[in-house]
Design a protein around this ligand. Structure first.
Ligand code: B12
Length: 499
């Protein structure tokens, strides 16, 4: 069969690398894009090929791979199936628009949707998007080949949600994949794109121009933070690829010239022995790339930071979230301030070049002083970079369920939306107060950084300065203080505006 595998991008999450920063010139074979690689379709393409199908990959971040181009290609090349992959709630509108254009151009070609948001909203999508024929729930490595083999008997494909006349049929769920080693390594070459490591911000914040990719060595996280959808994707189960399978992929990437790798594992720091063996293997094989990962501060893996540094781990991001135990407990983070201080100081003690802290502001029962305490806490921690995002609620998370139970969200009406919690939850400070506190907090944090840690701050700016114009660095530093629209979230129905 001929399969189109399309990654639908959220327009806010990529930028072409400007020519003056080494961006592509017209006519270049490969285009440099500041974005995360589409690991989902990169993972699925070789699996589908292994089942004897021909796959054409598309990433809508490319100027020549916009909806109209893909629709024209569908019309001209008549693939047997079009598979649309998208990551989150924010990308559903673009996916729906693309499905409509494809259906108009080639009405007979079946369209199957998949990805995180599709997994938690299959029936809603089929009710709302007449252009989608079916949805694959969960991991696609087994489901998609099964669907391609049994398109004439959709009832036999576990995990498929499909249309039988006017009825929407849910086939029995497909168990999560236990053995992730059975699949070939992702295809990172077919798309004519070089993904540039950058911060997903509204200024071109390039982190490095090294050949960059993402790798997923494990899936899932056993914790249940109220704002996170990950547990709903893997029933809270953590599964890891074997050390050999991971090192095999890293060998391939190293030899292909990749020099910067970001692990997109939900929780890489969970298994001490595995981390140690992967790092030992990287050191023994003298890999030349630097890499980064994310994890929890209370992880056993924190005592592996020394060997991670020796294995050239240069970036570590912690989900810190807040500077008061009250808010940490309300977010069900299950971690203490002491654990945060210890984990960050260990990262610096063992020489991890850039330690990043994710923080959330605008949480339930959080006072203005609690927000300021999060910034004071961040200033005390030896973090290199940090991000203070507004707490949002996505369907599938415990917080979404809580808001439905509290009558704040109407699940049937709002399923395709996401919200900044301070816009809808009366137990949270009003959004303008949260934003004002955040600006004040950034002011304090920048002041402390510049006057109490001038050398680290200068080094960090110099890192950014390698790949960014001075004007963009200024925009980056100024961005937290810029008055911005209170929310990018969807318009709120009248009765949802907080009391
Ligand atoms: C890396 C990452 C990012 C990266 C971008 C990654 C990218 N590819 O573009 C960055 C940092 C930019 C990012 C941003 C955001 N993210 Co994010 N992100 C992730 C993370 C940690 C890993 C994604 C990944 O690499 N997965 C690995 C690949 C292999 O998996 P996959 O793409 O899901 O594909 C598999 C299946 O879904 C399926 N599949 C995929 N496509 C298809 C198609 C078909 C037809 C079929 C059958 C199956 C199928 O098969 C694949 C293999 O098993 C996930 C957590 C998670 N575990 O999913 C959060 C996650 C997806 N992100 C999330 C969110 C909310 C966001 C933001 C909105 C946050 C924000 N406010 O800014 C933005 C939106 C960005 C966007 N839409 O592009 C939420 C989504 C929740 C929701 N309900 O929408 C998640 C689940 C995190 C969470 N804690 O809840 N993110």
């Amino acid at each position: 069969m001929d399969v189109f595998l399309v990654y639908v991008r959220d327009e806010d999450y990529y930028q072409m690398l400007p020519e003056e920063l080494g961006g592509s010139k017209p006519g270049d074979e490969r285009v440099k894009v500041m974005a995360f690689p589409p690991l989902g379709i990169e993972t699925l393409a070789p699996v589908i090929r292994q089942h004897g199908h021909r796959v054409k990959m598309f990433d809508t971040c490319l100027p020549q791979m916009k909806a109209k181009h893909i629709a024209q290609a569908a019309k001209d090349e008549r693939p047997d199936v079009i598979a649309l992959s998208f990551l989150s709630t924010t990308t559903y509108p673009a996916t729906k628009r693309l499905a409509e254009q494809l259906k108009t151009a080639a009405p007979k070609i079946p369209i199957i949707l998949g990805g995180v948001f599709a997994t938690t909203n299959a029936e809603n999508i089929l009710n709302d998007c007449p252009y989608a024929d079916c949805v694959g729930v969960g991991e696609g490595e087994e489901l998609l080949p099964d669907y391609l083999k049994n398109m004439k008997n959709p009832e036999t494909v576990d995990g498929l949600v499909w249309r039988k006349g006017d009825t929407i049929v849910h086939n029995q769920p497909r168990p999560i994949i236990r053995d992730l080693d059975q699949f070939p390594y992702p295809d990172r070459e077919s798309l004519p794109i070089d993904y540039i490591e950058s911060l997903p911000l509204d200024v071109p914040a390039v982190l490095s121009l090294d050949k960059f990719c993402t790798v997923q060595t494990s899936r899932g996280c056993p914790y249940a933070c109220i704002y996170c959808d990950i547990p709903s994707l893997s029933n809270g189960k953590w599964r890891g690829r074997s050390v050999e399978h991971v090192l095999g992929e890293m060998r391939q990437l190293n030899d292909a010239g990749y020099r910067s790798i970001l692990l997109t594992d939900d929780h890489f720091l969970l298994k001490r022995k595995r981390i140690n063996e992967i790092c030992t293997g990287m050191i023994e094989r003298r890999f030349q790339f630097h890499w980064g990962c994310e994890g929890r501060v209370d992880s056993v893996g924190v005592d592996q930071l020394s060997i991670m540094n020796k294995a050239n781990c240069t970036f570590l991001a912690y989900g810190i979230e807040a500077g008061t135990q009250k808010v940490l407990d309300r977010l069900n983070k299950n971690q203490t301030l002491e654990q945060i201080e210890y984990a960050v100081s260990e990262a610096k003690k063992h020489g991890i070049k850039r330690t990043h802290g994710f923080f959330l502001v605008g949480a339930p029962n959080e006072s203005e002083d609690d927000i300021m305490e999060s910034f004071r806490f961040a200033a005390r921690l030896k973090l290199d970079t940090f991000g203070f995002n507004r707490l949002c609620v996505y369907r599938g998370t415990p917080l979404w369920k809580e808001y439905v139970d509290r009558g704040i969200i109407d699940d049937e009406r709002d399923w395709s939306k996401w919200f900044k919690c301070s816009d809808i939850d009366p137990t949270i400070l009003p959004s303008e107060v949260v934003n004002r506190a955040r600006m004040k907090g950034y002011g304090l944090l920048f002041f402390r950084r510049i006057f109490f840690r001038p050398i680290q701050t200068f080094k960090l700016l110099r890192t950014f300065g390698q790949y960014m114009k001075a004007s963009d660095i200024f925009k980056l530093i100024a961005s937290p203080f810029r008055r911005r629209a209170l929310t990018r979230a969807p318009e709120l129905p009248e009765n949802m505006l907080r009391g």
